[in-house]
Design a binder for this molecule. Structure first.
Ligand SMILES: [Zn+2]
Ligand SMILES: [Zn+2]
Length: 452
């Protein structure tokens, strides 16, 4: 089997891997780099051979965001994904067009949007949902045959890992994976080895696992923070990704309210998260990988945030719980704007529930202390941090130990590293050299072809 990593750097970026096996050409994911702009955010798609299939592991933009461009180049290629991903892919891409259109106005990047609403029809038409755990035989133009099976990967609603089998050769791609269940997504259910080749994500390679922290203990600590903040007359901002994490937070709040463990107060959400709640509800009814019910919004009397903001620095007139995107407090998002109201008032709390890149406003805020200054660039507002800033650990990615344990069970002859920053990949290189010394290890350089 040959692989070429088409992401332009060894990082968590524009995930896209060209795979050649048994006469087939696959593209595993076609993502957009979250930290790059314009066409620099795309994978290297210029020299693609004619593809037989694109495999979409899940609908985060770092895996999905460049799919319309691939289909523009090769309109007849079919996109294999889980039935749950097929429900939400177009909606996520539609939001991406809106964001890029707004960025064109704000930053003058002329290339934006990189694709149009009109091109999303082609995406919808190309999707071929495959139910997980059911093998399917694929046939290439030249008559070659190969079996493909999706396996639930946890991580986010609809995520799958992918097994390719060709003439007794087994290759498995983890995609992004979490081996433990989340509030709204079931745990990964991966194949038991042996494998020939394992292509593994490495996100948490440089994060030592904390045994003292569990999802249950973090949920309890989040509820305590919310209850004490609101009881003391403050508001709580929970910056959350609109797809997945926001619905998980709402489900946590709903369960707490049912057992009388949540303070009474209004709950407000940003529009995309409310909209995506319908999609997760549909995924729940049509598949068995997701567990979110739309009635949670009615039961909690969730309202959409109206974007009529009071001036920065002025506390919110309506005390409550604000569950808003973006999860990393990216500039000009509802979460960023509401943070500008809460941050200078000691009775408020800002509760992060997902990973914040150090280069984002969320990452910068987490590195500051109470009393430090925090600048809201676009608002020309330098705030003194007085609110309570907390970070809760609700990752959607497996710990590095869980990934090594999975690899050990599969006993692969060859391992390929992907989806991690250089220090994370280094940790896995060292660990696998000890744990699986006979496995051939590849940490692919961008654009270079490897036999694995
Ligand atoms: Zn992901
Ligand atoms: Zn990812």
């Amino acid at each position: 089997m040959k692989i070429t990593d088409l992401n332009s750097a060894q990082d968590i970026g524009a995930n896209c891997m060209l795979v050649e096996i048994g006469g087939f050409h696959f593209l595993i994911d076609a993502g957009m780099h979250p930290k790059k702009e314009g066409s620099a955010s795309l994978p290297r798609l210029n020299a693609l051979p004619p593809l037989d299939y694109v495999i979409l592991t899940h609908c985060h933009l770092d895996h999905l965001g460049a799919l319309p461009i691939v289909l523009r180049k090769q309109p007849r290629v079919e996109v294999l994904c889980s039935p749950a991903s097929a429900i939400v892919a177009r909606r996520i891409l539609r939001n991406s067009v809106s964001v890029m259109t707004r960025q064109r106005e704000e930053t003058g990047i002329k290339e934006y949007p990189l694709f149009t609403y009109g091109e999303l029809d082609a995406v919808e038409a190309a999707l071929r949902p495959l139910p997980p755990l059911v093998p399917r035989t694929l046939r290439a133009q030249n008559g070659a045959e190969l079996d493909i099976t999706f396996f639930p990967a946890g991580h986010v609603a609809g995520a799958v890992g992918c097994l390719l089998e060709h003439k007794h050769r087994k290759v498995f791609f983890t995609g992004d994976v979490l081996f433990h269940a989340q509030e709204t997504v079931t745990a990964a259910q991966f194949p038991e080895g042996p494998l020939d080749t394992l292509v593994t994500e490495t996100t948490h390679g440089s994060t030592p696992p904390r045994d003292d922290i569990t999802r249950a203990s973090e949920t309890a600590r989040l509820l305590e923070t919310i209850n004490s903040t609101v009881s003391n007359g403050g508001s709580v901002l929970i910056p959350a990704f609109a797809f997945g994490r926001m619905q998980e937070v709402l489900t946590i709040l709903d369960k707490a309210r049912r057992r009388n463990a949540l303070v009474k107060c209004p709950i407000l959400c940003s529009g995309l998260g409310v909209d995506l709640a319908d999609y997760l509800d549909l995924m729940t009814r049509k598949t068995n990988m997701v567990n979110f019910h739309r009635h949670v919004l009615q039961d909690l009397k969730v309202r959409s945030l109206e974007r009529r903001y009071v001036p920065p620095g002025q506390d919110l007139p309506e005390k409550g719980i604000y569950v808003l995107s973006s999860g990393m407090l990216v500039e000009n998002t509802p979460a960023w704007r509401i943070a500008a109201n809460l941050i200078e008032h000691a009775r408020n709390s800002i509760c992060f529930v997902g990973y914040c890149d150090p280069d984002t406003p969320g990452g910068r805020l987490l590195s500051r202390k109470r009393g430090d200054t925090f600048l809201f660039h676009g608002l020309d507002y330098a705030a003194r941090i007085r609110a309570n800033i907390e970070n809760f650990y609700f990752s959607g990615h497996a710990s590095r130990d869980d990934l090594v344990e999975f690899a050990r069970r599969c006993d692969p002859r060859s391992i390929v590293l992907t989806h991690g920053d250089p220090p994370a990949r280094e940790w896995f290189e060292e660990e696998f050299a000890v744990e699986l010394p006979s496995a051939k290890l590849t940490n692919p350089e961008p654009g270079k072809e490897y036999l694995v």
